[in-house]
Design a protein around this ligand. Sequence first.
Ligand code: TYD
Ligand code: MG
Length: 459
Amino acid sequence: MAGSKLKSMYICSECGYESAKWYGKCPSCGEWNTMSEEVRETGKSSSVLPAQKRQPSAVPVPISQITTEDEQRYYTGLKELDRVLGGGIVKGSLVLLGGDPGIGKSTILMQMCSHLGKILKILYISGEESKRQIKLRAERLGVNSGNLYIMTETDMAVIADQIQSETPDLVMVDSIQTMNYRELSSSPGSVTQVRECTNILMRTAKALDIPCIVVSHVNKDGAIAGPKVLEHIVDAVLYFEGEKQMSYRILRAVKNRYGSTNEIGVFQMGDSGLSEVENPSLMLLSGRPKNVSGTCVACTMEGSRPILAEIQGLVTNSGYGNARRMSTGFDYNRMSMLLAVLEKRCGYFFSSMDTYVNVIGGLRLDEPATDLAVALALVSSLKDIVVPENLLAFGEVGLTGEIRSVNQAVLRVTEAARLGFQHCILPYHNLKGLVLPKNCTMEIIAVRNIREAVSALGG
Ligand code: TYD
Ligand code: MG
């Protein structure tokens, strides 16, 4: 192209950081081995779509004259997904669905088609599977809609043209890493390609007011650009999480311009695809060992829903000089802090002990209210004290060993009571506003500090 020059850049596939020099560790996000070289043409405009009409948004309007009534949402037929989206897919929005390969992204898209196909014309664009493969999956999931159009294409310009000519009501792209815009010299899956393809999709979809769901793989070794580099472009970012070996899948919103990011959706992968789990606590607590030490139930708020989760701790003598610490589903640094508090404020010594914390069910707990249950599970394992199976604990542990109050205490206690729990250790400062329903027979054990909590267990 006249006037353009080729220039080599190094771009981090994790966060999109750009540099003229290669680094082993990305200076921006700290990930190793994610900088890859991309050749770029400089002096070239990035406006790649055919000329568009000027948007009415270019004219300033007083805020009082803007109406919100025309925000139209489509319910997906999956209540858990609607909850995470903030009440269905908003017309004209771009939603990114990220997750490890094989977690169930294509499956959930196809299941959405089963309900939405009845009311909307859907264009499903796949760059990964053949039409036959998609049909086979659709048959297995019982999806058969005359409104569902399948296209196997990876050329972004062709896709944009098709969207403009077909004008579907909903577009699904599986996956963005396979898409390719030929004006760019870098390979599909590179940061530049992934970004530009998403931009093209966004401009096409926004201009026509078509909602669009884009699948993006999470890739740990940095070979392809991950969803992080797209987070700022799209309206909502949902992540599908879970252990592949286990059947639960948790859908979490990390960004949502049309709703809260606290909500999670819980699914179970089975023979006929994903089914919704309406009562996650019951599922997470099933199969709990009885009468053993090293386990305690916590209650965490996921958005507006209280969820009970079992936390296991294992403390054993370390065979080597430096003790091993491992944490799954709970922040490692927070666990170290709890161990230090237990050591300093309660006199329990963990320094020569290997310590493991595990949250059952592949759940990730990041609410400080779960501190107390983690601490109790660890003490229970260390001292071999059994925490009664109908007891739960919640509260934030401070550095002086104090138990600080948490929000939504009533909701947590009533949910636990509903599931048959009879004793609850909670922060003393939560007692004030704690008005429980009359029929709630939960024994409340209010504690001021970690020492009191441990002695409530008989430690
Ligand atoms: P898939 O949606 O293809 O994953 P992704 O698009 O995120 O890469 O789902 C992959 C896994 O789900 C695969 O290992 C098989 C499993 N699966 C079931 O167990 N039951 C089903 O009904 C379907 C469709 C898939
Ligand atoms: Mg897939």
